[in-house]
Design a protein around this ligand. Structure first.
Ligand code: ZN
Length: 161
């Protein structure tokens, strides 16, 4: 991936740090693969960009005990899946729904829900690195693909708190 000349120098600093976090997850993704003992599975795709994603998870007692992702697509979609699985693994399904609202709020999606979420942007871990994507509306779907697919994955499971 070549640096974007129109961008780099002007913004520098924080944005470049974020870009590095994104590329790190793209090159060395966390939780990649599929779970042989999964009891939940969801597929997602973003036809605009050609991103594809399959999530497998084990859900027990209202918690996402483990999760893996497989797929292909742009750096934003794949690194988002890596970051998201890292943040969401081990969380209760209720917390996942709340965190997803906070995450969508980063891009101006579901702002109202994000404001009411019990989690702040600081709770999003590396996902915060994707905030800059909001300047590129066409890429927001790439960033949200894994979050929406995860919400689908847990949708059929009853809430237990
Ligand atoms: Zn994409």
């Amino acid at each position: 991936m070549s640096p974007e000349r129109t961008e780099g120098g002007a913004y520098g600093g924080v944005e470049e740090l974020y870009r590095e976090v994104i590329l790190d997850h793209f090159k060395a993704p966390k939780n990649r693969g599929s779970l042989p003992n999964a009891n939940a599975k969801a597929d997602g795709m973003n036809p605009l960009c050609g991103d594809q994603l399959t999530l497998t998870g084990t859900i027990e007692n209202g918690k996402l005990k483990d999760i893996r992702f497989e797929g292909h697509g742009c750096a934003v979609s794949q690194s988002a899946a890596s970051m998201l699985t890292q943040v969401m693994k081990g969380k209760s399904l209720d917390d996942i729904r709340e965190l997803a609202k906070t995450y969508k709020g980063l891009f101006g999606v579901e702002e109202e829900g994000a404001a009411k979420s019990k989690f702040k942007v600081d709770d999003l871990g590396d996902l915060i690195a994707l905030e800059g994507v909001k300047k590129y509306p066409v890429r927001i779907k790439c960033a949200l693909l894994s979050a929406n697919t995860l919400l689908e994955l847990i949708a059929d499971h009853p809430r237990k708190s």
